[in-house]
Design a protein around this ligand. Structure first.
Ligand SMILES: Cc1cc2nc3c(=O)[nH]c(=O)nc-3n(C[C@H](O)[C@H](O)[C@H](O)COP(=O)(O)OP(=O)(O)OC[C@H]3O[C@@H](n4cnc5c(N)ncnc54)[C@H](O)[C@@H]3O)c2cc1C
Length: 377
């Protein structure tokens, strides 16, 4: 579109801030309404695969991400004692690095700074309380009583998306997969130069992910009852018990965990909005539309791709509804592929029965998926 648009982004997480930075640098008027009081994030790390780093380059923050994180190239598959069984170089998208580990708070700061520097207004402690789309624009009231009229409202408000509930009721509530992720941030031993995936058959898998020169995180997935929560006094011991099959670097890393509050426990859920991801001038993207299990480390990568492609679509289409149609046509197949593949890997790793469709995806494998996702989107 030739004209400058007014866009309200609901949610200042990874996808929302990326969209804010990109739209603002393209000359649009952008506000982010973020419910939290500040741009913090879970104090654990995240993997930025090459396709995510490509988006970071497009919005001008690749160097800042690499500086705040730990660039790596080779995924090592190891036995429970940490002996390398395979070393798998990760693909690059063109000249972009293969992968970067980064603390989530550092990524939030990089993206928040980029959004503000590009001219976006980021408002904290606010959420949408009223929304009226009359076809020509959207009138919005925020929880602080302020009002505005927007050409587009973009919901990047995460897996629990209140905007999704407003649009579709509870039809797409997050579905618990039966599995949960345990994570803890630790000092990085010098020889952890890339992700190390140590497996003990189908019973357990532990990942060591470097996120800075000094730090890495240990992550592991286990089947857990939906209402299970680690004992706040003994979470580190509960994690150690689950990883008892491991010796070597995983056991050494675990031995350093003495504070139960250092353990971050997250249930793994999925969301698939099957209806169109936009209703009039309100669109859902990122986890709000298509949250997947973390088995390909691609959820945030999909969110930032969503953001970049949305900004591109708004620039090239002649109307906002046409842009949203074009955007979803590009995004849905790829995001759904990531979701199906991630879910298939989860089921395979946990020894659950897989469908013929999932077996076909599993034939591609995690290394094959990385190559598929390193292609232009
Ligand atoms: C265990 C685990 C490990 C993962 N590891 C990786 C990885 O290595 N690599 C990767 O690419 N992905 C990973 N992911 C997925 C990734 O974290 C998500 O896909 C990504 O954060 C989604 O981005 P988003 O912008 O859609 O949502 P979020 O980043 O969750 O942001 C949502 C934002 O909306 C805000 N919000 C919520 N409600 C409201 C409201 N009512 N009003 C205003 N704002 C609101 C929230 O406060 C938040 O700031 C992992 C996920 C899990 C669970």
């Amino acid at each position: 579109m030739a004209s400058s648009l007014r866009v309200l982004i609901h949610g200042g997480g990874i996808g929302g801030l990326t969209l804010a930075a990109d739209l603002a640098r393209r000359g649009h008027t952008v506000e982010v309404a973020e419910i939290r009081d500040e741009l913090d994030a879970l104090g654990v790390g995240i993997i930025q695969p090459t396709n995510a780093l490509h988006v970071m380059r497009e919005i001008g923050v690749l160097d800042a991400c690499l500086e705040a994180g730990f660039e790596w190239e080779v995924l090592t598959i190891a036995d429970p004692a940490g002996n390398a069984l395979a070393r798998i170089p990760q693909p690059r998208m063109g000249e972009v690095p293969a992968a970067n580990g980064i603390p989530r708070p550092a990524l939030a700061k990089v993206l928040g700074d980029a959004a503000v520097a590009a001219g976006a207004k980021v408002r904290f402690g606010v959420t949408i309380t009223e929304l009226d789309d009359d076809g020509a624009g959207v009138d919005v009231t925020l929880s602080d009583g302020s009002t505005g009229r927007w050409d587009l409202v973009a919901g990047f408000d995460g897996i629990g998306s209140p905007l999704r509930t407003r649009l579709y009721g509870d039809r797409y509530a997050p579905a618990y997969t039966g599995f949960a992720n345990w994570r803890v941030t630790l000092p990085r031993p010098a020889d952890v130069q890339g992700v190390v995936m140590a497996t003990a058959g189908k019973e357990a898998k532990a990942l060591l992910t470097p996120i800075t020169d000094e730090l890495m995180y240990l992550g592991a997935v286990f089947a857990e009852a939906e209402d299970f929560r680690p004992d706040p006094e003994h979470a580190h011991e509960e994690l150690a018990k689950r990883l008892a099959l491991f010796s070597g670097p995983v056991a050494e890393a675990l031995a350093a965990v003495t504070d139960p509050s250092a353990v971050v426990y997250s249930r793994i859920s999925q969301v698939t909005v099957e209806e169109p991801w936009h209703v009039g001038r309100v669109v859902l993207a990122g986890d709000a539309a298509h949250a997947s299990t973390p088995h390909l480390a691609q959820g945030a990568a999909m969110a930032v791709e969503d953001a970049l492609v949305l900004a591109e679509s708004l620039d090239t289409a002649t109307t906002v509804p046409a842009a949203l149609e074009a955007w979803e046509a590009r995004r849905r197949p790829r995001a759904m592929w990531v979701q199906a593949m991630s879910r298939a890997v989860l089921k395979q790793e946990m020894g659950a029965e897989t469908t013929a469709e999932e077996d076909a995806l599993l034939a591609v494998g995690i290394p094959g998926a990385a190559h598929v996702l390193a292609k232009p989107y």
